[in-house]
Each structure stands twice: as C-alpha cells, then as structure tokens.
Ligand binder design. Structure first.
Ligand code: KIV
Length: 272
C-alpha cells in the first residue's frame, strides 16, 4: 500500500528517479535500518530508503559513523530490503571499504549487492574516490554520491559545521558533483552546505540532488529517528520534527510498567 499523494505504486528505479527530476517531482527519502521501520515508511510512500551508516550512531550508539563494519551494514540492509516493496533502497558503503583501492572497492560493493538485495550504493567523496566509483558502476551497480559534510571524514573536518562556505571548497564541490554525474552516478546527496550552492548544483546537474541541511533540492533526506522525534538531544536547524515519539514511547512504557507492577496487566481478557 503506497501513501497519500503517491500515484505510482511501481517499484522506484534509477530510471524513475531521473524522470522525477525531469518532471519536477520531488523525491522523499528517509533512512531505515530494520525491517519494521522499512515496512512503515515504504507503506507511507517514501521514494528512497537509505540504509545509512548513521546506523553506527542511531542503532549502535557510536559517536561517529566510522566504526560500523561491512557485516553490520549488510545485516541492516538485508532487513530493510525484506520490508520494502516500492522504494529504491540505497546502502552506504562503510568507512574503509572503498578508499583503499578500486579492486577492494568493487569486491566490497559486489558483496553488499549480492548479500542484501539493495538497489544502489552510496559512497562519500568526489575526485578522491572517482576511480572506485567508476569501477563499481562498470560492474553494473548504481552509485549515489555524497558531498558536503561527509561524516566519514569528520576526524579530518574536526567539526559538524556547515561545509563549502568558502569559495575554494564550494568550487571543488561543484567540480566533484559534475565528476560524479559524468561517471554515471544515479543521484548525489548534498549534506549541510549553503542553500544557494545546493540550488546551483541542482540546476547544473541532470541527476537528482538530494539535500539534507542544504535548502531546497530535487529531494530531501532525513534520519528517520530524528524526524520522528526519538532523539531528544539532536536539534540542528535543518531538522523538522514530525512527531514526538520520545514522549509517546516514554508514556506508553511508563503505563506498561505501572500496569505490570499493579498487576492490572494482563486482565481477564488477555489470558488463555
Ligand atoms: O548515513 C546517513 O544517514 C546519511 C544521511 C545523513 C545522508 O548519509
């Protein structure tokens, strides 16, 4: 069952993404890391699901995305694929699986595709990883780029502040976006950059640009738990909260604890 305003219930493909950009239809993307959430958000009509390496933070409680392993990403992506019918599922290649050399990159990419059944992979970076991107594409695997604030480079950046505010970094980002498009990427994520820069890239590229903290783009992505209000402590300016699940869950669990302690659960109808 597809959600409100979703007329096309066919599986979203890379071809369809390109059509959506051409037709001026916005692309809605969210992260998911497990079967249950994937089923809910796919049924609600998202076009793309990102099995982000943000699972390292959101699922495992790590400070950065760096520690998550390829085996852990495969576990998350496989679970998401099982819960998804319509959306295009993109899996992040985790830190260290594509930066060493192109041969390693392509064999890790093939492994993720084979073992998860996902539809595309996302890699962070431009010129520095372009040979790996080309090799993965040459193997027939769709690739989504990711520029701007690339969390796998957080130790190098030393801050989660907005990227590409300076002319040189902005010019490199535009060059990198073109390189990714020319290589054959199906989309590019731009994270935490000035809105005017994102608008420029959207205009210059024919592939869809998905923004997060980047103003208006061809589509938007958010971390599902953040937009559902499950993480109280994370409130960047770009985050719109669509629910307060932290309160909903806390109240529900509190009520359950009370009922168990008072022995009002289970009642006569809730037993065999
Ligand atoms: O891992 C992730 O969730 C991401 C998004 C923030 C774009 O890469």
């Amino acid at each position: 069952m597809a959600g409100y305003l979703v007329e096309d219930t066919r599986k979203v493909t890379t071809h369809r993404l390109r059509e959506m950009k051409e037709q001026g239809k916005k692309i809605a993307m969210l992260t998911a890391y497990d079967y249950t959430m994937a089923q809910i958000i796919d049924g609600a009509g998202v076009d793309m699901i990102l099995v982000g390496d943000s699972a390292s933070n959101v699922m495992a409680g790590n400070y950065t995305t760096l520690p998550i392993t390829i085996d852990e990403m495969i576990y998350h992506a496989r679970s998401v694929v099982r819960g998804t019918r319509r959306a295009l599922v993109v899996c992040d290649m985790p830190f260290g699986t594509y930066q060493v050399n192109e041969t390693e990159a392509v064999s890790n990419a093939i492994r993720i595709m084979k073992e998860t059944g996902c539809d595309a992979l996302k890699l962070e970076g431009g010129e520095e990883i372009i040979e790996a991107v080309k090799k993965i594409l040459a193997a027939g695997i769709p690739v989504c780029g990711h520029l701007g604030l690339t969390p796998q480079s957080i130790c190098k950046f030393g801050t989660y502040a907005v990227r590409a505010k300076e002319e040189a970094e902005a010019a490199k980002l535009v060059r990198d976006a073109h390189l990714l498009e020319e290589a054959g990427c199906c989309a590019v994520v731009l994270e935490k950059i000035p809105a005017v820069l994102c608008e420029r890239v959207c205009q210059e590229l024919r592939i869809p640009v998905i923004g997060i903290g980047a103003g208006e783009a061809d589509g938007q992505v958010l971390v599902c738990q953040d937009m559902l209000g499950m993480n109280k402590g994370f409130s960047p300016k770009f985050l719109r909260r669509y629910a307060d699940l932290h309160t909903v869950i806390t109240d529900a669990v509190g009520q359950y604890v009370t009922d168990v302690k008072k022995a009002t659960f289970p009642n006569a109808d809730e037993r065999y």
